[in-house]
Write a protein that binds this ligand. Structure first.
Ligand code: ADE
Length: 226
């Protein structure tokens, strides 16, 4: 998979890709991530990429021209499955969306700033609008990092044990069951007996029951999708 991220703050975005799973996925050649500084696509003085909004009102708006130039250049080089705009009024990211995006070959992610982008960008260049939750970030960069993390960990070969993504919380609309490690008894706090006896069908059944119980208790809304 190739991900092209268009941003005015590439330095804010780089570090999540320089550690742990995302770093390894790039090193293994399973993912390519390219950062494009929007200011490289403007002819205006001071590398201006935003302007006052027509009709008045507080806050600057990102102009269409540099965004169009950048996206047009990328699209002339390869086909993209999705051109995503990170915005608080987009579709809220969930595991289902991450699963489907992890199948893409090439995606572009545009990070918004200020009051957002000129509506004509959204109307003509963007194919999908994504929010990471009902709150407002200073820009789309942190949202883009979250989106990339959710997608990249699902690409086959990225996680050492592929089943560990399949048993994640939210896959199958269930929260994950509780997990334990050694010691089996810590100051009288005991690990459930069923996990210690090596009866794997019984363990599997216990995990399913626990996942259901936990979901019912903490996120009953997930069970309403049935
Ligand atoms: N940009 C600002 N707020 C955002 C959010 N909640 N999700 C995605 N992008 C954003």
């Amino acid at each position: 998979m190739r991900i092209d991220i268009i941003t005015v703050l590439p330095e804010l975005l780089k570090s999540p890709f320089e550690a742990s799973i995302l770093k390894r996925s790039i090193e293994k050649g399973l993912v390519e991530v390219h950062f494009h500084n929007l200011r490289d696509y403007t002819d205006k003085s001071y590398n201006q990429i935003d302007d006052y909004q027509f009709g008045g009102g507080a806050g600057m708006v990102m102009m269409i021209e540099p965004i169009d130039k950048c996206i047009t250049k990328l699209k002339s080089q390869r086909d993209y499955n999705e051109i995503i705009y990170m915005t608080p009024d987009g579709n809220t990211l969930n595991q289902k969306m991450a699963n489907s995006l992890s199948l893409a070959e090439n995606i572009i992610i545009l990070c918004g700033h200020y009051k957002g982008v000129d509506q004509r960008v959204r109307d003509t260049l963007i194919t999908k609008e994504v929010s990471i939750g009902d709150y407002v970030l200073s820009g789309g960069e942190l949202g883009a990092a979250v989106l990339c993390d959710t997608i990249i960990r699902l690409i086959p070969g990225v996680l050492n044990n592929e089943t560990s993504a399949l048993t994640d919380t939210f896959q199958d609309d269930l929260l994950a069951p509780p997990v334990y490690t050694r010691p089996a008894d810590y100051k009288g706090l005991k690990v459930p007996e069923v996990l210690l006896n090596g009866n794997f069908p019984k363990i599997e059944k216990w995990r399913e029951e626990q996942a259901y119980k936990r979901t019912k208790q903490l996120r009953p809304d997930l069970l309403e999708n049935d």
